[in-house]
Write a protein that binds this ligand. Structure first.
Ligand SMILES: [Zn+2]
Ligand SMILES: [Zn+2]
Length: 179
């Protein structure tokens, strides 16, 4: 619920914090390894200087290194992101590790909404639900006329213009309004 009103920056920071340390370490190691391979190992093997201009060489090695590093960060992120969406980590890891990156694209296209816990009964519920399907507890604000999602700070429904104060929302939703 708090994610709905949190500013974009803090949401991005929260998402980045999900990335585990091991995947950051892997990403750094991969980046350095790519630089070593192209700048030290390969020239030594060829015994001759490369015909590619130095600037283009720098651009290519940095790009390849950054792509590989990003891939490891993404794998780390998915291992943390999948469980909180009730998705099977092992199945998705197999898809994502398949070369080509198609699995990773599929993951972000097909991933399920975040799961939250109902404060009343503890059931796992999707974060976009307005009411808990197990106990009818209202977990987020919605318009009393058209049932569109509303933010805590809205006075009128953004879809139908309904006066939200006339809905007499539960006390806990009122409390957010007057914070
Ligand atoms: Zn519930
Ligand atoms: Zn409405």
């Amino acid at each position: 619920m708090s994610a709905e009103i949190a500013p974009l920056e803090s949401r991005i920071t929260d998402e980045l914090r999900l990335i585990p340390r091991w995947s950051i370490a892997c990403a750094l190691v991969m980046f350095v390894a790519v630089q070593y391979y192209f700048w030290v190992f390969l020239p030594a093997l060829r015994h001759s200087s490369s015909h590619i201009p130095a600037l283009l060489h720098l651009y290519l090695t940095t790009s390849v290194g950054a792509l590989l590093a990003l891939y490891f960060l993404m794998v780390g992120y998915i291992t943390r992101d999948a469980p909180r969406r009730g998705m099977n980590v092992r199945v998705w890891m197999i898809c994502v590790v398949i070369p080509g990156g198609i699995g990773a694209v599929l993951y972000f296209l097909l991933r399920q909404p975040l799961l939250e816990t109902c404060p009343s009964c503890g059931a796992s519920i999707e974060s976009e639900y307005h009411f808990c399907p197990q106990c009818a507890y209202q977990v987020s604000g919605c318009c009393g006329r058209c049932f569109a999602s509303t933010r805590m700070t809205d006075l009128y429904c953004t879809r139908c213009g309904h006066d939200l104060a006339s809905d007499h929302p539960p006390e806990r939703l009122h409390a957010f309004l007057h914070e």
